[in-house]
Design a protein around this ligand. Sequence first.
Ligand SMILES: NC(=O)c1ccc[n+]([C@@H]2O[C@H](COP(=O)([O-])OP(=O)(O)OC[C@H]3O[C@@H](n4cnc5c(N)ncnc54)[C@H](O)[C@@H]3O)[C@@H](O)[C@H]2O)c1
Length: 364
Amino acid sequence: MRVGIPKEIKNHEYRVGLTPASVFDVVQAGHEVIVETQAGCGIDFDDDDYRAVGASIVDTAADVFAGADMIVKVKEPQAQEVAMLEARHILFTYLHLAADKPQTEGLMASGATCIAYETVTSPNRSLPLLKPMSEVAGRMSIQAGAHYLEKEQGGRGILLGGVPGVAPANVVIIGGGVAGLNAAQMAVGLRADVTIYDISNDRLAELSTNFGATIKTGYASKAAIAAAVQDAHLVVGAVLVPGGAAPKLITREMLKTMKRGSVIVDIAIDQGGCFETSRATTHDNPVYEEEGIIHYCVANMPGAVARTSTFALNNATLPYVIQLANKGPEKAMADNPHLAAGLNVSDGKIRYEAVAEALDLPFN
Ligand SMILES: NC(=O)c1ccc[n+]([C@@H]2O[C@H](COP(=O)([O-])OP(=O)(O)OC[C@H]3O[C@@H](n4cnc5c(N)ncnc54)[C@H](O)[C@@H]3O)[C@@H](O)[C@H]2O)c1
């Protein structure tokens, strides 16, 4: 199969669909890889790095789309990319179609086979191609929180770990899934005082076993959260209701009870956010203040650490890229129902029920 890697064109997107190391494995499996010039330059992969592992470099995205059978990307295709898709193409990337009718209709019109990273499943019912980005965002949340707690950034002037003789900061994490777990690991590593709240008792038990005495856990009742945020210096929102908007767990009234100069990091902002006062921000201007509390609400946190994120994403996507290339999409999906769960659009039809429902379009 001919696998194509166009340069990402979404604003501030430096990640790339396949690293040179991944291209090496795809080429070794007997496939051709076509890479747009400078596709990886934002994270220091140059054209020679791709040539060295057997890829051919072409001048434009149009050359990639014309020469390839399968397009591997990171972000959802932009309008000019959708326009280059044809029925013979397989598209493998994040799509997030439920909130994007124009893109969905464009993909339907193309006739291409469109497989979304975010709906591929795994035997333990998790979402293996979303997980690496939650890991990155969870870990980053503590880094960002520590930064904005500094006085010069408008924060309270607190060091997360304290020092001998001075108490550490109080970090409250709401939602102890993948992002919450990774946030806790970083906060514990910095010696902060960490409490994780969740509504899943099973998850709380796992976290408690995992972390031992280095964290506290709490059931996320309204009263418990209201009490916890009053004493917190950093609150991380990391809840997820699969397929739904994030519940607003921290109201403006609760925010008013917090210490001035404290920081909230709302990782769940990509699902609408779990603080009443959250609104999405960008890496250009990541924070704003409400009720004396600094809000960090960047909807694509992993983009800031594009090199780490690209490697993390490739570690998860590469086995599926190779399955698709080796077997072709029909056989690959017939053999692997978890990959088949990624199919969102093909032959002009929506193949993912939740997307059809969300957009009020027919499901086939
Ligand atoms: N901003 C970003 O750049 C970025 C990047 C990656 C992921 N995310 C988002 O981070 C969020 C967390 O993702 P994840 O992969 O960790 O999800 P996950 O499913 O692994 O974990 C979510 C946790 O939230 C808990 N939860 C659900 N409702 C709750 C409630 N009312 N109170 C307390 N806990 C509750 C669940 O029990 C679960 O343990 C998602 O919204 C995801 O889209 C954002």
